[in-house]
Design a protein around this ligand. Structure first.
Ligand code: NDP
Length: 244
């Protein structure tokens, strides 16, 4: 059977690194994106250039219609999807007293409802196959909190509860469900931070540097491989020691 993986938000940053790493491990990779098709296509071309197989699939992960359409397209092209990486995520930072309802809703919808909808659609076939791997990208912010990120922290902590509950629900079917919680990783999401904020952050990281998307991707790749088969319901932290 072909190894097929769907990576939500696979068009840039951490998702891109995960898509490339899974392709290196022999997966056919569906690179999901919401709006930036050109970036997703670039990832697809890179994978094809490496001799792998990939396709770009547009879907807003918080729209059940989009998610159903995405699942249908991937299944029609490649059959059984054994690996789902819930990576798509956004931030809309604001202190709580100023936080708009839309800022709360958009973050919770993409980061948490998106994980629910994508997991729900792909797990059906995993249950039938009695094999599957789901990895969702949480964040150390869900454990530590951060001023201005109540919405983001709630979504990322919520994802951990979801992971543990689902892991118990489907363990008897040979499906593992885990979360990976990165610390500060250099991507577009963190690029916007000022030099001053970055320097202050560096001072709090025992390893004294930011992480790379590839360092997160290697862990995800391990979890979905046969070596990760006895790990389920866990939150694995990749953070240079920031949560110590
Ligand atoms: P980026 O902002 O670089 O990339 C986000 C990706 O998600 C893009 O591919 C984007 O596609 C996609 N995306 C956003 N919203 C949606 C949506 N509604 N539906 C489908 N796709 C969507 O993010 P990062 O690579 O930095 O982060 C990836 C994940 O890792 C996120 O969940 C983030 O919370 C988490 N994380 C990141 C950390 C960091 O330091 N960077 C630290 C801890 C966790 P498009 O461009 O088309 O919208």
């Amino acid at each position: 059977m072909d190894k097929v993986a769907v990576v939500t938000g696979g068009s840039r940053g951490i998702g891109r690194a995960i898509a490339l790493e899974l392709a290196v491990q022999g997966f056919k990779v569906a690179v999901n994106y919401r709006s930036q098709e050109a970036q997703a296509q670039k990832v697809v071309e890179t994978i094809r250039g490496m001799g792998g197989e990939a396709m770009a699939v547009q879907a807003h992960v918080a729209s059940n219609r989009d998610v159903e359409e995405m699942a249908k397209r991937v299944k029609e092209a490649w059959g059984f999807v054994g690996v789902l990486v819930n990576n798509a995520g956004i931030t809309k930072d604001n202190i709580l007293v100023r936080m708009k309802e839309e800022e709360w809703d958009q973050v919770l919808e993409t980061n948490l409802k998106g994980v629910f909808l994508c997991s729900r659609i792909f797990i059906k076939d995993m249950m039938k196959a009695r094999w599957g791997r789901i990895v969702s990208i949480s964040s150390v912010i869900g454990m530590m909190g951060n001023p201005g990120q109540t919405n983001y922290a709630a979504s990322k902590a919520g994802l951990v509860g979801f992971t543990r509950a689902l892991a118990k629900e489907v363990a008897s079917r040979g499906i593992t469900v885990n979360a990976v919680a990165p610390g500060y990783i250099e991507t577009e999401m963190t690029q916007g931070l000022s030099q001053k904020v970055k320097e202050a952050m560096l001072g709090t990281i025992p390893l004294g540097r930011f992480g790379s998307p590839e360092e997160v991707a290697k862990l995800v790749s391990f979890l979905v491989s046969s070596h990760g088969g006895y790990i389920t319901g866990q939150v694995l932290v990749v953070d240079g020691g920031i949560t110590l």
